[in-house]
Design a protein around this ligand. Structure first.
Ligand code: DC
Length: 226
């Protein structure tokens, strides 16, 4: 009898609310959470801090393979420094989206992501959680929202964190980033064939969390499989 550790994947475009929903669902179920975008952002920050040529795919992958990071509660440390705030900057997100197209980088991060799968379960958010990293996840969500609603959310988040932000620039950046994430050859942003697409434009966080939890309990899933 092998123990099967369930995963709920939540993929979707930038600022669709994946992170917040993933944390709330994980808390409700008592599961771990993986913010895979943070790993791409940490790599981007490492590339900047080490002055690595961002167009050198192998050098970028080496940075990812050597990342010394730890996730402690809501805080993220790299080389002992609290970088949770730094990696949320738009310029780091944009570089993360650029380098995320590199296959050697994606391969370097694969095992690191899968290591988050621990009992009793994992909620993983990103772009390719349901398609590439956890294709056997019993529940896959593809979370979308209107681009303007997402830009407004991101603008509010950035301002709350003390960064400057303006809506027209954010809308432009977000469209560019979505297009790049969707059209890349390696692990593009796409709904898995067996994913439930949820449009959160007109839903509150609480309503979206409930929807995911209802889908999960509707599966009547047993954590242990023969
Ligand atoms: O979710 P986020 O905005 O923090 O992610 C930052 C970038 O990282 C995103 O634009 C694309 C990339 N990413 C990815 O390619 N695959 C993932 N599973 C998560 C993020």
């Amino acid at each position: 009898m092998a123990t099967f550790i369930p995963v709920i994947t939540i993929d979707g475009p930038t600022a669709s609310g994946k992170g917040t929903i993933a944390h709330r669902v994980a808390t409700a179920l008592g599961w771990s959470v993986l913010d895979s975008g943070a790993l791409y952002r940490l790599t981007a920050l490492g590339v900047q801090q080490h002055g690595v040529d961002a167009s050198d795919e192998l050098a970028v992958a080496r940075i990812a393979a050597q990342l010394d990071v730890s996730f402690q509660g809501g805080r993220i440390f790299m080389d002992g420094q609290d970088v949770g705030c730094l990696i949320r900057q738009e310029q780091v997100g944009n570089l993360a989206s650029r380098i995320a197209a590199y296959l050697p980088l994606r391969q370097a991060l694969l095992d690191r992501q899968r290591a988050f799968r621990v009992a009793p379960g994992l909620v993983a958010d990103g772009r390719d959680m349901g398609t590439v990293v956890f294709p056997d996840a019993p529940l896959k969500i593809f979370l979308v929202a209107d681009v303007r609603a997402r830009a407004e959310r991101r603008c509010k988040q950035l301002k709350e964190k003390g960064f400057s932000a303006n809506l027209p620039d954010l809308l432009k950046d977000m469209r560019t980033r979505d297009e790049r994430d969707r059209s890349r050859v390696n692990a593009p942003l796409i709904a898995a064939a067996d994913a439930h697409t949820v449009d959160s434009s007109d839903l509150t966080i609480g309503e979206t969390v409930k929807l995911v939890l209802d889908l999960w309990s509707g599966l009547g899933f047993q954590a242990t499989r023969a």
